[in-house]
Ligand binder design. Sequence first.
Ligand SMILES: *Cc1c(COP(=O)(O)O)cnc(C)c1O
Length: 221
Amino acid sequence: MSISQNINAILEKIPAKVQLVAVSKTKPMSDIQEAYNGGYRIFGENKPQELAQKYNELPKDIQWHFIGHLQTNKVKYIAPFVQLIHAVDSLKLLKEINKQAEKNSRVINCLLQFHIASEETKFGLNLAEAKILLDSEDFKALKSIQIVGVMGMATYTDEEAIIRKEFGNLKAVFTKLKADQFLNNDEFKEISMGMSGDYMLAIDEGSTMIRVGSNIFGSRY
Ligand SMILES: *Cc1c(COP(=O)(O)O)cnc(C)c1O
């Protein structure tokens, strides 16, 4: 199947209210152009310079999502155009995004990344850490970023029950934050979870945004 056929096959399987981010990281411009020619506009990348280069060379109505770990010194490469930054897990990073957004006269949408997998990883907050961040005066002073939801990655495993439980935990984190911190904020509505191997499970557990790469563009090796 072609790239566009792969995208359409996924779109047919998922509810219309769930957004598909086509993860094009490591893939050539021609692959993205092909998906674009087929009508698709929402792509995800995880390397700031690679993303900036693709932005420069590809059509300007593409919505670019940054999905990976972002270093503060690289925010500047994507701040002029990025649609959504998926994996923010520190106040330090938020402050830099805010600064670069201001420079570009924009408000940049961000998701808070939560650590939901049993695997050891450096990245992602827990609920207590998120609350401290969101309650801080430093955070409240940031006017050029907007937190629009949460993001997480499940453990890399074949065991469906584990994945389902971890996605359920992220949904619970979202619900709690919505009630405690974002009750009157309609922009806080996204739960970014689900990749090629587990996106149907993620949608079952409440995902509003899936990030799918290899099922669309083929494996990355
Ligand atoms: C690479 C990546 C994806 C897509 O992974 P696939 O398994 O190829 O669908 C999704 N989310 C993040 C954060 C990624 O780095």
